[in-house]
Structure formats: structure tokens, C-alpha cells
Design a protein. Structure first.
Length: 296
């Protein structure tokens, strides 16, 4: 759906956000772990977040910052993605966790001809993580994921996604022996159907518990194109949907423990480097509900 003129605002989505919290909080009872760790059997983790991404420039194929263009010619003065995201984990066994994530997006792309907008559910990720080793040397796991693009029309003027399936396999390592510090490393490969290039995925993560109430976390989440795509650009009003791109996203999080099973987080995610994609910052505020399974 495309609307003229724009009325894009994350606050218009707040009632949906609050409603989802109430539904899930009364449906699920049970904490997952970061990175390579799997959730205990019967545990669950639910993260609802308000996210705001804004950009008025992009990385070119050399990694330099330039003004946006939609098709190489038509300028885009600003692009905004305000969305409500959900990420959930569920421990089926102590060594086997399944997860799902998606977002309700409200997009706006400004150009000389007017503001183009679109809203709806974006890609849906479904995956599973299996713990291979948990001992003094840390935690090793493997993870598989499928991206499902069936909730939207990729032919929209400002598409919510590029309409193709992705399949990803990832290896993960984590270590918390230096508590209150933990750290993790991930490396994976994503196969992307149709025109887009496949991707190498990498992630570095570290977190520190300051005291029982406060914690901090930092990440570097990277994508490196395999350079095997059919076309370089996906010509649309969404400049984040390049068929072939590199991107590095830093992430800085400050968390507050409201009570044992309820946390509040604020996150800033800048994009320090990239090629052939959008440059910008994402600001997030999230609430996490993560109770442990009840003792028998």
C-alpha cells in the first residue's frame, strides 16, 4: 500500500506494540541466553522493540558516502524506517532452541516528486540453534535460519523487503568464564534466492554486568557480499534493499533490570562502514520478558 502524503510516525504504532506485550506476557511463561547459548528446556525470551532508522545518504560501491538516488538518477532526500520488532526464543530442550523474529514497518521515502510511504509486516525469520559443546572452554553451537518473504508485495513502490527467500547457516562461540564479562564470535553464510548476492555474516559481541540492576553490551554485526548476484542494485524506493552490498553495524546497548524476569534496554546502532547500501543510525527502546521455567 502506498499513501500520499506521508503520515509516518512510530507513535501511531504504539497501541499495537502495547497490545502485543499484553498478549505475549499472558501467554508465555518462561530466559534465553545471548549468542551461542541455548535456552533451558521450557524457557522463553520475548523482546519487543520500537526502532527508528533515518538516513539521507548512502555508501557507494567504493565505500564513500554520497547522496541517495533511487535509480542512479532520481534523488532521495531522506529515507525513514520506523518499526515495531519482535524477537522470541523458546527452549525445546536444554541444547536446542528455536527462534522467530519479524517487524511491523512504517517506511517513508522522500523525493522531489513527493513522499512515498508503505507499512506492513516485513520479512519473517525462523530458525533453530543447537548446542554442540558446553564446558570450561566455552560454548559452541550451530544455527540455521530461513527468511520468509510472504507477508508483503515486493513490487510496492517502497517495498518492505526484496521478496526472496534466504537460508543461513552459522557457527557460534561464547564464553562467560570471566563473569561479569562475556564475549562471543559468530561466522556464517547466507544463501539468497533469485538475483541478490549471497552473503558472509560475522559478529563480535561483548557484554558486562555492572551490578544486579545494570548491564552494557557492544556488538559489531557485519555482512560481506559473496559478489555472485545477478544485478548490483534493486531499483526501488527502499535504498536498504541493494542486491549486493557490504555493511558493518555497531551496536551499543544499556540495559536496566526492572525485576528478575523483566528488562528495559536502549540501543544505538550506527553504520560505520559499507558499500552500495544506506548509511544511517538506528535508535531502539526495547522491553524484554524472560522468565525461567518453573522448578519441578
Amino acid at each position: 500500500m502506498v499513501r500520499y502524503p506521508s503520515t509516518s510516525s512510530p507513535y501511531l504504532l504504539l497501541p499495537y506494540f502495547l497490545g502485543l506485550i499484553v498478549i505475549v506476557a499472558t501467554t508465555f511463561v518462561d530466559r534465553a541466553y545471548a549468542g551461542a547459548w541455548t535456552a533451558p528446556k521450557g524457557a522463553a525470551y520475548h523482546k519487543f522493540a520500537l526502532n527508528s532508522f533515518k538516513s539521507n545518504k548512502g555508501f557507494n560501491t567504493s565505500g564513500d558516502l554520497i547522496a541517495f538516488t533511487n535509480d542512479g538518477i532520481t534523488p532521495i532526500s531522506e529515507f525513514r524506517d520506523n518499526n515495531i520488532s519482535y524477537y522470541g526464543e523458546f527452549g525445546l530442550q536444554d541444547n536446542f532452541t528455536v527462534f522467530v523474529s519479524t517487524a511491523f514497518k512504517d517506511l517513508e521515502s522522500d523525493s522531489p516528486t513527493g513522499a512515498l510511504t508503505n507499512s506492513g509486516i516485513g520479512d519473517i525469520d525462523v530458525g533453530a540453534r543447537y548446542n554442540l559443546y558446553n564446558g570450561p572452554k566455552g560454548v559452541f553451537s550451530t544455527q540455521g535460519l530461513i527468511k520468509i518473504p510472504e507477508a508483503y508485495d515486493e513490487k510496492d513502490t517502497v517495498p518492505l523487503g526484496n521478496g526472496q527467500y534466504d537460508f543461513e547457516l552459522r557457527m557460534l562461540y561464547g564464553n562467560s568464564s570471566l563473569y561479569p564479562l562475556y564475549y562471543g564470535v559468530e561466522l556464517g553464510y547466507r544463501w539468497r534466492a533469485k538475483a541478490p548476492s549471497d552473503e558472509w555474516k560475522y559478529l563480535l559481541e561483548a557484554g558486562y554486568t555492572l551490578n544486579p540492576k545494570y548491564y552494557v553490551r557492544a556488538k559489531l554485526d557485519g555482512t560481506y557480499s559473496a559478489r555472485n548476484g545477478a544485478n548490483l542494485l534493486d531499483v526501488s524506493g527502499n535504498p536498504t534493499l541493494s542486491n549486493e552490498y557490504d555493511l558493518g553495524k555497531a551496536e551499543f546497548t544499556f540495559g536496566y533490570v526492572i525485576r528478575k524476569e523483566l528488562m528495559l534496554e536502549g540501543t544505538w546502532t550506527p553504520t560505520p562502514y559499507g558499500k552500495n547500501t544506506a548509511y544511517g543510525d538506528t535508535f531502539q527502546i526495547a522491553i524484554i520478558y524472560a522468565p525461567q521455567p518453573k522448578s519441578k
